[in-house]
Design a protein around this ligand. Structure first.
Ligand code: PMP
Length: 284
């Protein structure tokens, strides 16, 4: 299946980027991941709006209009063999002919890249058991609200989790749990759902917004406020949420059971509400 690079659709093996591309040299770029169910993108407008917000945050003009991105995305979806997909978009500040930290001249054009892969959401067996996670110090920069490709702190945190047999690393800054290395985190305590607020120290997840809306629609008590590490450890339920994991229970944290060590009832309900919501917005 073809990939998209700078206005062209071509085989992956034929898609080349300069080694002087600023994405390669500096991690100077942004990205998005959009889930596709039954060949229909989910929350595409929200993902493209977040892409625009991140581009504005790094002062890079969007090389494509929203409609142009949509036609790229729909062509990738149509040409891919899978019904459920994940569409990756990336824009970097392009390749200059010399290396300099400051922005390149206006003649340098951004590099725009997109490709489709299969979407593999957690299996029923994984959901029934939940996953293990660790806590680590949040060593990222101060603009975690931007979905930038400079992901080294996230990479190191997730690798530490994997080396300890865990699926995710929960990031702790100044005594508060901000999010996961590649997910947002929700906590349940005494029947109340808690979520950290959207600040510059957390990625505003598209799934996070859906979960918050679903809690409100279903009358689920919800508090959006900072979650102390101590509250995280005393939680009845902890979930990770993302476009590819959807809603997944964390049942072990730093080797200790979360609540009774099994996925909790509110998380199971929220997973079902999420499926129902997806099915109502997706045309059959
Ligand atoms: N936080 C971080 C750091 C992430 O990388 C992701 C995954 N993109 C998320 C949260 C979840 O975001 P979304 O629900 O938009 O996939």
């Amino acid at each position: 299946e073809p990939v998209y690079l700078n206005g062209q659709f071509l085989p992956l093996a034929a898609a080349g980027v300069s080694p002087l591309d600023r994405g390669f040299l500096y991690g100077d770029g942004v990205y998005e991941v959009i889930p596709v169910y039954s060949r229909q993108p989910f929350r595409i407008d929200e993902h493209l709006a977040r892409l625009q917000a991140t581009l504005a945050g790094i002062r890079l003009a969007n090389p494509l209009t929203v409609d142009a991105w949509k036609s790229v995305i729909f062509r990738l979806i149509a040409d891919a063999p899978w019904d459920d997909q994940s569409i990756y978009l990336q824009v970097t500040r392009g390749a200059d002919d010399k290396r300099d930290h400051a922005f390149p001249p206006a003649s340098v054009t951004p590099t725009a890249f997109a490709f489709a892969g299969p979407l593999v959401t957690p299996s029923a067996a994984v959901r029934a058991a939940g996953v293990a996670a660790i806590t680590v110090a949040d060593q990222r920069w101060a603009r975690c609200d931007l979905k930038v490709i400079s992901l080294l702190a996230n990479v190191l945190a997730r690798q530490q989790a994997v080396e300890q047999g865990c699926a995710e690393a929960l990031l702790i800054r100044d005594g508060f749990m901000k999010e996961g290395a590649a997910s947002n985190i929700f906590v349940v305590k005494d029947g109340r759902l808690l979520a950290p607020p959207k600040t510059q120290l957390m990625l505003p997840g598209i799934t996070y917004d859906v979960i918050v809306d679903l809690a409100q629609v279903h009358g689920q008590p919800l508090e959006i406020r900072e979650i102390a590490e101590t509250e995280l450890r005393a939680a009845d339920e902890v979930w990770m949420t993302s476009s590819t994991k959807e809603v997944l229970a964390i049942t072990t944290l730093d080797g200790a059971p979360v609540g009774n060590g099994k996925p909790g009832p509110l998380g199971e309900r929220m997973w079902q509400w999420y499926q129902d919501f997806k099915n109502t917005v997706m045309r059959k």
